[in-house]
Write a protein that binds this ligand. Structure first.
Ligand code: ADP
Ligand code: GLC
Length: 481
């Protein structure tokens, strides 16, 4: 039996702000239970859903040394879908109304979290062969493991995997303060280790110190080795290329299932897709849009940030809504400029666009299940889960060919009648508009082709099975070293 500990700052069903939570919370279910004991550890946030807090059972407590401070750590435990989750409790660090706040607070709380995770292991009596860290919040864990704990027998054999879900967020702050918070020796803040343009960089620490580095799609693994996609760390990624792999994310096929999804009004399947049209009509009605089968309804479910390509959308929205027969349903929260943009267009074209600024699992599922197309013109996209969710419900993605979007959406080829969606290459608003018009033409004038494409998209397999086997191989390689 191999023991694996997945460490993440968020995991469904307990806390989610984006795709990291989907990955950390759904991947563990898909390992071979006869060979791998996979557990998850995350912070116990005060803002976690009321539904779950009472289910967590107290296990133990101890004190973590953070340089000259000693901080309380409580460990709680819960079972979900057959997977054991541990939670690190500290009300000073994790009491906020959201998991992340100002960077100067976050660097301290996640330094604490990484150290608390390591110190908890002998106390909860779980000796992992591999610790699998995710994103900058856990970047210091491999650093602490090799520098502070390396000589202790309990820790000496533990190997680490570090998965990059987003290269843009690196956890950077003043070296002097990070040295003070962590107690890490000054000499490791050099340009070959934790230093980056005069600051300490947690993501870089993870990349340098982990035994293996992965990211969430093969194309993104290539992109982060280039100056365009490397966010300043491309040189380091090239150095680590032999230990870097791109493993495509999956989605949870039990949760995103058009035949059983409790959030959607009418269930449907490839064999009988009629329920989808009823969902569309209902969604149009609920959102005050004209109820019409023949108008292409485009969905957007997203964090509203520049990563997701909303500058292109903002640039073209007026033209699309004033000249084209299309409708939009938008669900998202994020930067004010994009929230304001969608509010503005909603008030200008209320019968063509409906924007819900907020977070809602239920509404997300309704949109995936009810729309004809799903727009995701990302500037960059390490993997992207939304386009896979959309395809699972026969909603055809319109995407930019970047990162995981390129690896998961096959562009429509009208000559060979192939493809599962639509795509454009350059980050250019007119190219996006052109492909949306093309999709609209296929939708309106080649209905049989559209229908066949929906079926192909629904038949794609984006379940975790394939990717979980790849992670198993990586874990095996490390634990047999
Ligand atoms: P990212 O992690 O970059 O935000 P992904 O496509 O990997 O992008 O994952 C986004 C996840 O968050 C999906 O599960 C998507 O359905 C969900 N999501 C994003 N915004 C919202 C929202 N406003 N309400 C509900 N779910 C959302
Ligand atoms: C990040 C990326 C997204 C990816 C997700 C899960 O949030 O932006 O592309 O799907 O992590 O790996």
């Amino acid at each position: 039996m191999e023991n694996i500990l997945i460490v993440a700052s968020e995991a469904i069903p307990y806390m989610k702000t984006g795709g990291l939570a989907d990955v950390a919370g759904s991947l563990p279910k898909y390992f071979d239970k006869n060979k791998y004991d996979v557990r998850v550890i995350m912070p116990k946030y005060k803002c976690m859903s009321e539904e779950f807090l009472p289910q967590l059972k107290f296990v133990c407590h101890f004190y973590v040394n953070l340089n000259w401070r000693k901080q309380y750590a409580g460990i709680f435990k819960a079972e979900h879908d057959g997977v054991t989750y541990y939670f690190v409790d500290n009300e000073f660090y994790f009491a906020g109304d959201k998991p992340y706040n100002n960077i100067y607070e976050d660097v301290e709380k996640f330094a604490y979290f990484s150290k608390a995770v390591l110190e908890a292991l002998p106390i909860i009596d779980f000796a992992p062969d591999v610790i699998h860290c995710n994103d900058w919040q856990t970047g210091l864990l491999p650093v602490f493991l090799k520098t502070v704990y390396g000589s202790d027998n309990f820790y000496a054999g533990i190997k680490t995997v570090f998965t990059i879900h987003n290269m843009k967020f690196q956890g950077r702050w003043k070296i002097r303060e990070i040295a003070d918070i962590t107690g890490l020796p000054e000499h490791i803040f050099n340009s070959g280790e934790l230093e980056f343009y005069g600051e300490a960089n947690y993501l870089k620490g993870g990349i340098v110190y982990a035994d293996e580095v992965t990211t969430v799609s093969p194309t993104y693994a290539d992109e982060i080795c280039t100056p365009e996609g490397g966010e300043g760390l491309d040189g380091l990624m090239l150095e680590r290329r032999r230990h870097l792999s791109g493993i495509l994310n999956g989605i949870d096929y039990d949760v995103y299932n058009p035949m059983t999804d409790p959030y959607i009004k009418k269930h449907f399947s490839i064999k009988d897709i009629s329920g989808k049209l009823m969902n569309k009509r209902q969604l149009q009605e609920d959102h005050g849009l004209k109820v019409d089968n023949d108008v292409m309804l485009i969905g957007i479910v997203s964090r509203l940030t520049d990563q997701k390509g909303f500058d292109l959308v903002a640039y073209m929205m007026d033209e699309m809504l004033s000249t084209m027969d299309v409708q939009f349903v938008v669900l998202g929260t994020g930067e004010n400029q994009y929230e304001g943009m969608f509010h503005y267009f909603q008030s200008k074209y209320p019968d063509k666009i409906s924007a819900y600024i907020g977070y809602s699992e239920e509404k997300a599922h309704e949109i995936y299940a009810s729309c004809d197309a799903f727009l995701m013109p990302s500037l960059f996209e390490p993997c992207g889960l939304s386009q896979m969710m959309a395809m699972r419900y026969g909603t055809l993605p319109i995407v930019r060919e970047t990162g995981g979007l390129k690896d998961t959406v096959q562009p429509y080829n009208e000559y060979e009648n192939k493809g599962t969606g639509f795509s454009f290459a350059d980050y250019n608003a007119h190219d996006m508009l052109h492909v949306i018009k093309y999709a609209n033409d296929v939708f309106k004038n080649h209905k049989d082709r559209w229908q066949e494409m929906m079926e192909r998209a629904m038949r794609e397999d984006f379940s975790w099975n394939a990717s979980a086997r790849q992670y198993e191989k990586l874990y095996d390689k490390l634990s047999h070293k």
